[in-house]
Design a protein around this ligand. Structure first.
Ligand code: HEM
Length: 188
C-alpha cells in the first residue's frame, strides 16, 4: 500500500466521509411473506489508498461501515462492512462486502463515466453465485436454508447526496425472495 496523499479514487471520490439518511426502506423475507422495515442509517467511507497487485494492477480503495437501524424500535438490524475498489486502467468498480450472517459478496461492474443530469456519478455492480468472477460465498447453513443467489446495487453520488438501491435474491422458505433495500443520504 502506498501513501494516501494524491490518490485518485475516480468515481469513488464522492463517497468519502460520513453519511446519514432516514428514508430507508427494507423489504425482507418472512415465513409469512415479506416484512417492510423503514430504517435510518450511517455509512462511513474512509481512505485506504492505493493497493498494488502482482506489481501491475493498481487499485484505489475505500473502506466503509454501514450501520442500519429500524425506525420502529431503533435496534441495529443490519451491520455491513467492506471495500470499494477502483481499477482506473480497466475502468472497473468492485465492491466487496460481508454481513454477519456468514455471507460474503464480491460484486463488480464497469464505470465509463455515467452521470445524471446533476452531474452525480452513477455506478452499478452485481454478483451471482454462477458468475465466473463476481461471486457469493456463504456458510453451509445459509447454502441450505437461506441461499443468496444474486446481488446487484446501484449507487448515485454527488453534490453531498448519496442514494442507493440494491436487490439480494434469496432462496428461503421454499421460494426465491426479492430482498430489497434503498435509501437517500446526506453528507455530514
Ligand atoms: C440495508 C441493507 C439490509 C437490511 C436492512 C437487511 C435486513 C434484513 C432483514 C430484516 C432480514 C429478515 C431477517 C431478520 O429479521 O433478521 C434479512 C434477511 C436476509 N438478508 Fe438482509 N438486509 C440488508 C442487506 C442484505 C445484503 C446486502 C445481503 C446479502 C448480500 C442480505 C442477505 C440476507 C439474507 C441471506 C437474509 C435471509 C436470512 C433470514 O431471513 O433468516 N441482506 N435482511
Amino acid at each position: 500500500m502506498s501513501d494516501r496523499k494524491d490518490v485518485d479514487f475516480g468515481p469513488l471520490s464522492g463517497l468519502l466521509g460520513v453519511w446519514v439518511g432516514d428514508k430507508g426502506l427494507d423489504v425482507a423475507p418472512d415465513p409469512d411473506g415479506a416484512e417492510n422495515n423503514p430504517y435510518y442509517e450511517t455509512i462511513t467511507y474512509t481512505e485506504i489508498g492505493n493497493v498494488t497487485n502482482a506489481e501491475s494492477q493498481c487499485l484505489s480503495v475505500l473502506h466503509y461501515r454501514q450501520i442500519v437501524q429500524r425506525k420502529s424500535d431503533n435496534q441495529v438490524f443490519h451491520d455491513e462492512t467492506g471495500y470499494w475498489m477502483w481499477d482506473a486502467k480497466e475502468e472497473m468498480v468492485m465492491h466487496s462486502l460481508v454481513i454477519p450472517r456468514a455471507v460474503c459478496v464480491l460484486a463488480g461492474g464497469t464505470y465509463t463515466g455515467a452521470k445524471n443530469t446533476e452531474g452525480s456519478v452513477i455506478m452499478a455492480v452485481a454478483a451471482n453465485i454462477d458468475d465466473k468472477n463476481w461471486k457469493i460465498i456463504q456458510s453451509p447453513f445459509m447454502q441450505e436454508n437461506a441461499r443468496t443467489i444474486s446481488f446487484c446495487q446501484n449507487v448515485t453520488v454527488g453534490s453531498g447526496k448519496l442514494s442507493y438501491s440494491e436487490t439480494t435474491m434469496v432462496e428461503i422458505y421454499g421460494k426465491v425472495f426479492e430482498h430489497t433495500d434503498q435509501n437517500e443520504l446526506i453528507l455530514q
